[in-house]
Design a protein around this ligand. Structure first.
Ligand code: ASP
Length: 346
């Protein structure tokens, strides 16, 4: 068990970035506009937790960008430079929470915990889930150590890696469809059930460089290579190809992948199926041919997190294509799972 229980007050910094937890009705829909202090004022504080709030930005997370994720990563590292800080909670929209959480986790090299949380119901409503999620997140940030970046939502604790939004509106939107949760909360306790396995942390990306373009292209019946090639023409340095099934497309798309790889574009192969790994099973434009064309298989990572692994490999400032590919394989493989298709337990 990696959690502590003593009476020393824990200093937790809450970094506010927007999302439904900070969203109010604006006359035609909900939009993020409540400040971090306003959001924090809705939640009870666990015993012995002292909170400081930092407003970083205030957006619905479908508007997340690489520049904002880099700003968040830097804010986390600056905050942890203070040895008096015991942990961090990031409030974030649920739409792209899995991407920011994984990005932070790939660069996290500190025993202190960073927790991402949010809400499925808006700010300031009597039935909102934000206050409870925030309370739980503070409790995890204050008591858990050495597990990296975590997602806390609806009484459950998830690893950043592998966790995705699986439900659009329900109160328990997050799960790892190919793995198990990390723990749960209840009755004032945090129960950790497993330790996430994580690759060695990446260094902070060098500041001041334009973020590389990394696109996602989804395969479907009747798809041709036009959108994939458009991504190459738009200057993508990396493309996640979201195959059907265990990672399949067509011979024409396999040819387009080979041409892109020849031009120095990194291609990762993921799947549009909800759970399970991609696997080299089929030819005829399937994963066997796509891998032969130079695509790297994403394991069990879903497309959004496969894109974050690719983005992080490109940001790592490695001059050689082969060495970037080697790093990318390590980021995608992450933990070696004995049973890749473990059932999710709720
Ligand atoms: N659209 C919202 C967002 O991601 C959803 C949420 O926060 O739950 O910002």
């Amino acid at each position: 068990m990696k959690w502590t229980r003593d009476n020393r007050p824990r200093r937790i910094v809450v970094i506010s970035t927007g999302g439904t937890i900070a969203s109010r009705w604006n006359g035609s829909g909900y939009t993020a506009d409540a400040s971090g202090d306003d959001v924090m004022a809705t939640a009870a504080l666990p015993d012995n937790v002292l909170v400081e709030v930092r407003d970083l930005f205030n957006v619905n997370s479908s508007r997340m960008t690489t520049d904002r994720q880099l700003a968040l990563l830097r804010a986390v590292h600056e905050t942890l430079a203070d040895p008096g800080v015991d942990g961090i909670v990031v409030t974030h929209g649920t739409d792209t929470l899995e991407e920011s959480a994984f990005f932070l986790d790939l660069h996290h090299d500190d025993p202190r915990t960073v927790v991402l949380t949010g809400a499925q119901r808006p700010f300031g409503t009597g039935d909102g889930d934000g206050p409870g999620n925030l309370y739980d997140a503070l409790q995890v940030a204050a008591t858990v150590h050495g597990l990296g970046v975590l997602v806390v939502f609806d009484g459950l604790v998830h690893a950043a890696r592998g966790t995705v939004k699986t439900k659009t509106l329900d109160a328990d939107p997050f799960a790892d469809p190919s793995g198990r949760r990390v723990g749960r909360l209840g009755f004032g306790q945090v129960d950790i059930e497993r330790e996430p396995e994580r690759p060695a942390a990446l260094p902070l990306p060098a500041p001041g460089r334009p973020a590389p373009r990394v696109d996602i292209v989804t395969h479907h019946s009747d798809a041709d290579p036009v959108l994939f090639e458009a991504a190459v023409s738009a200057g993508a340095r990396g493309i996640v190809l979201v195959g059907t099934g265990a990672g399949n497309a067509t011979p024409e798309i396999a040819d387009a992948v080979a041409r892109a790889v020849d031009q120095g574009v990194h291609v990762v192969l993921s799947t549009r199926v909800a759970s399970g790994p991609v696997a080299e099973v089929y030819t005829g434009g399937g994963a066997v041919d796509l891998a032969a064309a130079g695509a790297v298989l994403a394991g069990t990572l879903r497309p959004g997190q496969a894109r974050i692994a690719l983005l992080s490999a490109l940001l790592a400032d490695i001059p050689s294509y082969e060495r970037r590919t080697q790093l990318l394989r390590g980021l995608l493989d992450g933990p070696v799972r004995a049973e890749p298709a473990l059932a999710v337990t709720h």
